[in-house]
Ligand binder design. Structure first.
Ligand code: OXD
Ligand code: MN
Length: 639
């Protein structure tokens, strides 16, 4: 049991709280909102343990209703956490403590009995970059140092939520305990939350993922930021896959606190998927219909802030094509009894990066986000609207702008108005091109998987893996420029295998073996690598991207249908001459530069991958992946 902090208390290692059992909780502590009797005995037991540990003043059991949202919105208004945005319909702006603006990978840990179950053994003296392990003892100490009494005087919210459509056989249930009304309201957008989930839990196997979150109570007891309490110095995010348990302390921001997303759907999800024989991936899912009316579904893995939301909601420029969105961030994929790989989007909303989103880059998102949305760390305008870098500047022509820090802003300041990782949190159902099957409990059939990243040099617009094993190698070798979604320096080209580097729930070598094992399970989708971000020697993008990426999807579609429109290259299959439909593209597209494979670049790339595998994955690297690298090395040498 992860919550041994309770035991530490009982052993007298930290000051003992009042001891509650749930019946006492109901009476002495009062369930201030919701129905305590609706909880199953196992949920009640979990809530009881959390109450014992965190000692809140009162308990609120979330029912997921609009009336509840109204209540929490007025509470947050009073606390100054959110402000209304009267220009839009039921939209809100939250400004965080400036020290709490992104996922904190360095403070995110997985706890397993042996370190090797979490991370590969790295070369001597090389720090691992594929996740952080914590021992049971250190995990218990971390909890014991932070959680006892951390909710004193405040409300503990209990959020029953479903990842995936409520009641779907592909869905999983979680219970998030939090002391943040902002988290409650965001979870109600990002997941299916509320009483119906408890009913499914009651009727089903009763299993749920335990998710405890607190914004924290700093060691000195003083919150530096009244309207956004947090404890950045002691923030920690803990996962215990063996117990299906997550404990997060100190941050109210995004993936650190909305525990259904990265913590559950990816880290714990990938471990459940490994046990049960399916895949939990950092992938968007889209449906694409060709001019002949045939439709396929594609999943795509890109690192954070590489345009996943834009691709998932793309408006194709290629005539006759239609794209529909199933999800923009996470895919759970499982072979059905016919051997078809089917995917669901376990989420219920989009938590998208705001800067760069505009009517030019993503008109569909712009038509989605101006109702029932919580914006975080964007700028506000004096007419009750929002603004961020890359949005149409006409928006701020006759208004004053208040930046994400709450200060009056002008362009001349040279500072960004919105934080680069500012977000919109908006219901997926509002998306005008949401796929008709997005909530199909059977999932949608996946025909192709795209891997990609920001690669300014050397990597062509698109290439296809020669087979599944080669595709797994391509996923393992993915690299991309760092982004603002986490605490890295931008522009550094980082390894980000499967776009999962911050999200693996277990040893990356075992993860690769699991992917390879899919070959035996059913009909495999084709695998591709895409790069919308290649630049010319002058630093200009060589490809227009956005809606014109439909031209790449058209080639993918035709390859899925078995059209012979490719030629072999040392790195994989490239579109054959004239196979990429560039008709009607504005401006001159230098296809030669876009698809060029400079030998020197690829030699360096292969060396870099070799070095990475050797130092980071070591003996855990499955043989077939090592073989793929050796073969690529040979082909590149003969280029
Ligand atoms: C996200 C991320 O928020 O990947 O989706 O960082
Ligand atoms: Mn993501």
């Amino acid at each position: 049991m992860l919550l041994k902090g309770v035991q530490l208390l009982r052993n007298g290692l930290v000051a003992p709280p009042k001891s509650y059992n749930f019946r006492l909780v109901c009476r002495a502590l009062s369930v201030q909102y919701g129905d305590g009797k609706a909880l199953t005995p196992a949920v009640r037991d979990y809530v009881d343990k959390c109450v014992n540990l965190c000692q809140p003043e009162r308990v609120h059991i979330c029912d997921g209703t609009q009336a509840e949202s109204k209540l929490l919105q007025s509470l947050m208004l009073k606390q100054g956490t959110i402000q209304p945005l009267p220009k839009y319909d039921n939209c809100w702006l939250a400004r965080t403590n400036p020290a709490d603006v992104a996922r904190v990978e360095s403070k995110t840990f997985i706890c397993t009995e042996r370190k090797e179950q979490t991370v590969p053994v790295t070369a001597k003296g090389t720090p691992g970059t594929l996740g952080n392990w914590i021992s049971e003892k250190d995990l218990q100490a971390a909890i014991g140092e932070r959680f006892p009494g951390c909710m004193k005087g405040r409300t503990m919210y209990v959020i029953p939520f479903s990842m995936g459509p409520v009641g779907s056989p592909l869905s999983k249930i979680g219970i998030e305990i939090t002391d943040s009304p902002y988290v409650v309201e965001s979870m109600k957008i990002m997941t299916r939350a509320g009483t119906p989930v408890l009913q499914v839990l009651e009727k089903g196997d009763g299993q749920f993922v335990k998710c405890l979150h607190s914004v924290g109570n700093p060691a000195n007891g003083v919150h530096a930021h009244k309207s956004w309490p947090c404890d950045p110095e002691r923030t920690i995010i803990l996962h215990k896959p063996a117990e299906n348990e997550i404990v997060s302390y100190g941050s109210g921001y995004g993936g650190n606190s909305l525990l259904g997303k990265k913590c559950f759907a990816l880290r714990i999800g990938s471990t459940i998927a490994k046990r049960e024989g399916w895949l939990a991936e950092h992938m968007l899912i889209l449906g694409i219909t060709n001019p002949q009316g045939k439709k396929i579904y594609v999943a795509a893995a890109f690192p954070s802030a590489c345009g996943k939301t834009n691709l998932a909601m793309m408006t194709p420029t290629l005539p006759g094509y239609k794209v529909e969105c199933v999800g923009d961030d996470i895919a759970w994929m499982k072979f059905d009894s016919q051997g078809v790989l089917r995917a669901i989007n376990p989420e219920n909303g989009f938590f998208g990066v705001a800067p760069g989103t505009s009517t030019e880059t993503n008109p569909i998102a712009m038509n989605t986000i101006f109702k029932n949305t919580v914006f975080t760390n964007v700028a506000g305008t004096s007419d009750g609207g929002v603004y961020w870098e890359g949005m149409n500047e006409a928006q701020i022509k006759d208004v004053t702008v208040t930046d994400w820090l709450g200060k009056l802003w002008s362009k001349e300041s040279g500072k960004p108005a919105a934080h680069p990782n500012s977000r919109f949190c908006t219901p997926a159902s509002q998306c005008p091109i949401i796929d008709p099957a997005w909530e199909d409990s059977a999932g949608v059939p996946i025909s192709a998987i795209l891997f990609g990243g920001r690669r300014p040099t050397g990597v062509p617009l698109v290439y296809e893996a020669r087979d599944w094993e080669h595709g797994v190698f391509i996923g393992a070798a993915m690299r991309s420029e760092a982004t603002a979604a986490a605490e890295h320096k931008a522009k550094e080209i980082m390894h980000d295998p499967f776009a999962m580097r911050p999200f693996f729930g277990y040893n990356f070598g075992d993860y690769l073996a699991h992917w390879l094992s899919m070959e035996k399970r059913g009909q495999l989708p084709k695998i591709f690598h895409v790069n919308w971000f290649r630049k010319s020697a002058e630093g200009k993008f060589l490809w227009p991207g956005f809606g014109d990426n439909s031209r790449v999807l058209d080639w993918v579609f035709r390859r899925v249908q078995g059209e012979n429109c490719y030629e072999e290259s040392p790195i994989g299959r490239l579109p054959s001459k004239d196979a990429l439909n560039v008709a009607g593209l504005k401006g001159n597209i230098d296809l030669k530069q876009l698809f060029e494979l400079p030998k020197e670049f690829w030699q360096q790339e292969v060396n870099e991958i070799e070095q990475y595998f050797e130092t980071q994955v070591g003996d855990h690297l499955p043989r077939p992946v090592a073989k793929q690298l050796a073969e690529l090395k040979k082909r590149v040498a003969n280029m």
